[in-house]
Ligand binder design. Sequence first.
Ligand code: ADP
Ligand code: MG
Length: 344
Amino acid sequence: MDEFALIAELFAPLTDRCGAHLLDDAAVVPSSARHDRVYTTDTMIAGTHFLADQPADEVAAKLARVNLSDLAAMGAEPEGYLLALALPRSVDTDWLRGFAAGLAADQDRFGWRLWGGDTTSGAERAVLTLTAIGRVPRGQAVRRGGARAGDHVYVSGWIGDGLLGLDALRGDRAATTGPAARYRRPEPRLALGQALRGVASACADVSDGLVADAGHIATASGVGLDLDAAAVPLSPAGRASVVGDPDRLRALLTGGDDYELVFTASPDAADAIARAAADAETPVTRIGRAHPGRRGPAVRVTDAQGHTLVIDRAGYTHGLGPAVPTPPDDTRSTPSQQTRRERP
Ligand code: ADP
Ligand code: MG
């Protein structure tokens, strides 16, 4: 059973199917007459979601920011977080000092504080979980299920730097510029997410890969999405990497770890989108259109010639089932490698 089948079959029946139907980036729960609270949690495992020799402050910043990206997708503003750490006995105090410093360095910037957590030792590898809590004005959270046929599809920033950054770090562990910097410290699009309240019809953050996360909007909304590969914004490094290499473009569209926002909006909202992008000082690019759902892939990507790009791997899914043996050098086990190993 893959991750999403497991969630739909075993966990979705446990929800109230209203605030939390497990289709959004976070759960939305009424909290007061004026606000809803928004909850999300994400785990990072040493050697799988971060490189074992990555600096501790950077690991902390990434753990916080991947969660903040889910709050951003909902249009929420961060308030507080809970931290659950399962640590190997070998973890040293200096590493933990660095980890705490990484969290401290980001707190003012994102306007949130630590509210609680749990610490255990004896784990084989460090397993770090952060639960992020934010708020939105009542009823204004941006869900994944609101896209309608005819809506335009947009994406923020640049797609593909997550994958390129990981590749850069594999080649040179000291790399700190361009995509490597964005891989190390992704920038959650909080200002844009908040500016999209009441403007976007649906939104998700791009953690599993653009095509996969657009697919989550398509599924939750019951529409199909047509994406124009040539319109997808790439960074200078991304543009350089795809010259004459269509496979590379496919890899960037399906690689994860971008932490951009993919969203839909009615064609009438084009001016409001432009204003939201300007207010948030975040570039936004139109990359496609929603249509009534039909049989076939929920997300279809076409190239500049109008040919359908064959996407055999929409993005990162956590394969579940028999344990996958850990490679001898566990620092080489990264999310995208994991994907390849775990797919049947
Ligand atoms: P994201 O990539 O945005 O963090 P995920 O792909 O991890 O989201 O999860 C998709 C949805 O499934 C989310 O709504 C999440 O809350 C829910 N989910 C994932 N794992 C579980 C679980 N073990 N129990 C309950 N809900 C889960
Ligand atoms: Mg998400």
